[in-house]
Design a protein around this ligand. Structure first.
Ligand SMILES: Nc1ncnc2c1ncn2[C@@H]1O[C@H](COP(=O)(O)OP(=O)(O)O)[C@@H](O)[C@H]1O
Ligand SMILES: [Mg+2]
Length: 491
């Protein structure tokens, strides 16, 4: 069953159960209180009649008692009789005509109830006479009358319980009828309300399901509307975040494919073009300079391809965590000099001056020599690439107790603020920066690899920059005590 009808049904069932339970318990307690009220009324009535019997016995006023008994007969529904039996006058029965007739028919006997308590002298018995239930209250009284003579007798008040019960039943039945109607009305509005409630609740779930299905079907640009601040709204938000993350991954995959194919295509085209050229004519017919040029371009292209494939493999290894970081003493000063030495022709070509600012106390670092050199080479090559002629590049190191912070600063074109983090993502290149590069363009993998290496060392890498003024890339390497020299590692 779908969620909406299920919710409707459940709500209706709940409403019915609550209404039924409330009605039933209301009627039951009402019935209980009515019965108690009835019994208390009967006792009051009995006390009332007993007082009349007292007066009669004291004044020997038989007529007064008869009148009282008849007035009871007329005014009290369910009263069977109200009779006084005068023992002093040979059990003379006094009361109204109807009372005496019914009293004779039942002929009750008043026995003293043993034991104490408020109703010790008030005997009560229930008799079943030819299908009718009678309840009789009785009590013996004795006193010395107005003439000073001892007088005694028994007070009897009886009720026809069938009559009283049927009265009670009529009231209860009427209540049941009212409650039934109430229940029908509550049910009617309950169903309508439950339906709207279920609709209200299931609407966002329906949106969610449709959205999730659309995302599942590959429509990653689906946006699920978030209209509430509750759990469902939270879930919708999570779905939207998931969809946008999937979009990013999808974009990344597309970018990766186009970048890889682009990076592979240009050197391959160059190689195949020049190989064709060399094959089409006998070698002797090609000018030696042209041959040398062709071979140089083929060799550069092969180098570029190898470099690119190595970068991709490095990145894959770093990403999967399968990279081994050696703990070796690395002379930072020496490494800096080596790297700048490597770029010397290019630096001279662009008249870029460089400097090293590495204090003696941190000249030696414990890290993976090759990999840190790879990071530094990358940073210096970027600085060189993005710094116009006449600029400067400076490599510095600072001891920050827990780690060594190394930086490469240039006076180049800078990176816009939204590119500071993005530059470390794979294949990310700032377009304006790429256009600026003369000669071989990069692949956008260098900083991603540097980040992977630094993080594998337990450090952090970031970039600070001011457009048009220059860029500084910082990275940290934890400051570790030098390990015991292991020949195998250092060789
Ligand atoms: N020193 C720098 N000055 C200006 N831009 C930089 C610098 N270093 C990196 N960038 C930007 O970050 C991008 C990513 O760098 P990187 O990952 O090394 O890729 P690549 O050098 O192959 O372009 C560069 O394309 C460039 O836009
Ligand atoms: Mg680079």
């Amino acid at each position: 069953m779908k969620l909406r009808p299920r919710l409707t049904l459940l709500t209706v069932l709940l409403v019915v159960a609550v209404v039924a339970f409330t009605s039933f318990s209301t009627i039951m307690s009402f019935q209980y209180f009515l019965r108690r009220e009835m019994i208390s009324n009967q006792r009051t009535l009995f006390e009332n009649f007993k007082q009349a019997c007292h007066d009669t016995l004291y004044y020997s006023d038989d007529l007064g008692l008869k009148i009282r008994s008849e007035s009871f007969e007329r005014s009290i529904p369910g009263l069977a009789y109200a009779v006084f039996v005068d023992e002093g006058r040979g059990n003379l029965q006094l009361g109204g005509v109807e009372s005496l007739r019914r009293f004779k028919k039942q002929n009750p006997v008043c026995e003293e109830t043993p034991g104490g308590g408020g109703i010790a002298h008030l005997a009560m018995n229930e008799a079943n006479l030819s299908g009718e239930r009678w309840r009789t209250y009785c009590q013996k009284i004795s006193l010395s009358n107005i003439k000073g003579k001892e007088a005694s007798g028994s007070v009897f008040v009886g009720f026809n319980m069938n009559l009283l019960d049927s009265g009670l039943k009529t009231v209860i039945d009427r209540m049941w009828a009212i409650l039934m109607w109430t229940m029908v009305i509550v049910l009617f509005f309950g169903v309508i309300l439950a339906y709207f409630l279920a609709m209200q609740l299931t609407k966002p779930i329906l949106h969610l399901t449709e959205g999730a299905k659309a995302i599942g079907d590959g429509h990653l640009d689906t946006h699920i509307p978030v209209n509430s601040a509750d759990e469902l709204g939270f879930l919708a938000n999570e779905f939207n975040t998931m969809a946008s993350r999937l979009r990013e991954l999808d974009q990344l995959k597309d970018d990766f494919l186009s970048s890889v194919s682009h990076e592979l295509r240009s050197p391959l085209a160059a190689i195949s073009g020049y190989v064709e050229l060399l094959r089409n004519k006998p070698l002797e017919q090609i000018l030696p300079e042209k041959r040398a040029k062709a071979l140089q371009i083929i060799s550069e292209s092969v180098g570029r391809l190898t470099h690119f494939i190595n970068d991709i493999l490095d990145l894959a290894k770093l990403k999967s965590g399968h990279v081994e970081i050696k703990q070796q003493p690395l002379d930072l000063k020496e490494a800096g000099e080596d790297i700048f030495g490597l770029f010397q022709p290019l630096l001279e070509n662009k008249s870029i001056s460089w400097s090293l600012d590495i204090p003696d106390d941190i000249s030696v670092l414990i890290a993976d020599d090759d990999k840190i050199r790879q990071v530094l080479t990358n940073l210096v090559s970027n600085a060189l690439k993005f710094t116009p002629s006449g600029g400067t590049i400076k490599m510095s190191a600072r001891n920050q107790t827990e780690f060594i912070q190394i930086s490469v600063r240039d006076s180049g074109i800078g990176v816009p603020s939204d590119g500071l983090e993005a530059a470390f993502e794979r294949f990310k290149q700032v377009k304006s920066a790429r256009d600026h590069v003369v000669g071989q363009k990069g692949t956008g993998l260098g900083l991603a690899i540097a980040k992977g290496i630094v993080e594998a060392h337990g450090g952090r890498i970031w970039m600070e920059s001011e457009l048009g003024k220059g860029t500084t890339v910082f990275f940290t390497v934890p400051n570790k005590p030098a390990p015991k020299l292991n020949i195998a590692e250092t060789v």
